[in-house]
Design a binder for this molecule. Structure first.
Ligand SMILES: CC(C)(COP(=O)(O)OP(=O)(O)OC[C@H]1O[C@@H](n2cnc3c(N)ncnc32)[C@H](O)[C@@H]1OP(=O)(O)O)[C@@H](O)C(=O)NCCC(=O)NCCS
Length: 214
């Protein structure tokens, strides 16, 4: 989706994002990935693609970092909880299938179309990598996420019994129809247009952050 007129940006996740991503991960999931797992994915898994969503008015780079050439910015510690970073998502390309492996949004930013924006961005990204279908696993009790996926055409095609080891909960396997077909592409376009309209009307978040934690 073209975000140029909206106060959000979606960019590939980089190592500097990992501390904040991990903070959100801990809040969002009862079986969180470690920060090392995210770093490993970014460095060592060429079939993966991770995206982060930022709220532009909160983007702030301390002068100490801004003054350094980009390649040296890692020398100044990145924030462990960057308030501009609202959520993230990722997928693995496995042959012609994109497997969404994570998707999460800060708790206080949920329910305003931003989880949907991340999902749409993952699907659009997968399309640029010639994905023919998008698939994922979701807890049987995670109705909010299931509704979001159903909105984007995902259907339940199977179940993994006791997949989640914290409470032995089953996972539903959900898959899209063929995403390169014209039918799905027009569905995506219609959803994208509607979402852009929603995001341009939705009032911005009111409570500005005090400062980033370091
Ligand atoms: C799942 C998640 C990413 C969705 O993001 P969100 O910002 O809350 O959802 P959105 O506002 O973008 O809503 C998009 C759609 O999701 C569904 N949805 C959102 N909130 C819902 C709720 N409270 N109840 C039921 N469905 C809901 C609806 O289909 C909604 O479309 P609509 O607005 O046209 O009704 C977010 O809630 C989250 O991070 N949850 C914790 C982590 C998680 O469960 N990740 C998914 C793992 S599989």
């Amino acid at each position: 989706m073209d975000l140029s007129k909206l106060p959000y940006e979606i960019t590939p996740m980089v190592l500097d994002d990992v501390p904040t991503v991990h903070t959100i991960e801990l809040e969002a999931f009862s079986l969180p990935w470690s920060a090392a797992a995210f770093a490993h994915e970014l460095k060592d898994n060429p079939s993966s693609q991770y995206l982060v969503l930022r709220y532009k008015p909160y983007i702030y780079e301390p002068p100490a970092r801004r003054l350094l050439p980009r390649v040296m910015r890692h020398l100044v510690q990145s924030p462990t909880n960057d308030p501009a970073l609202l959520g993230y998502g990722g997928y693995w390309m496995v042959l012609e299938e994109a497997h969404i492996c994570t998707l999460a949004l800060r708790g206080e930013w949920r329910g305003r179309g931003l989880g949907e924006l991340l999902l749409l961005s993952l699907i659009e990204s997968a399309l640029t990598r010639q994905a023919e279908a998008v698939t994922l696993e979701v807890r049987v009790t995670n109705y909010r996420a299931q509704n979001l996926y159903a909105k984007y055409g995902f259907e339940v095609v199977g179940k993994r019994i006791g997949y989640y080891t914290d409470n032995n909960e089953d996972a539903l396997i959900m898959t899209t129809p063929n995403v390169i077909g014209t039918e799905y592409k027009s569905k995506l376009k219609a959803l994208s247009d509607k979402l852009r309209e929603r995001l341009s009307l939705e009032p911005p978040h009111t409570s500005a952050p005090c400062s980033a934690e370091h």
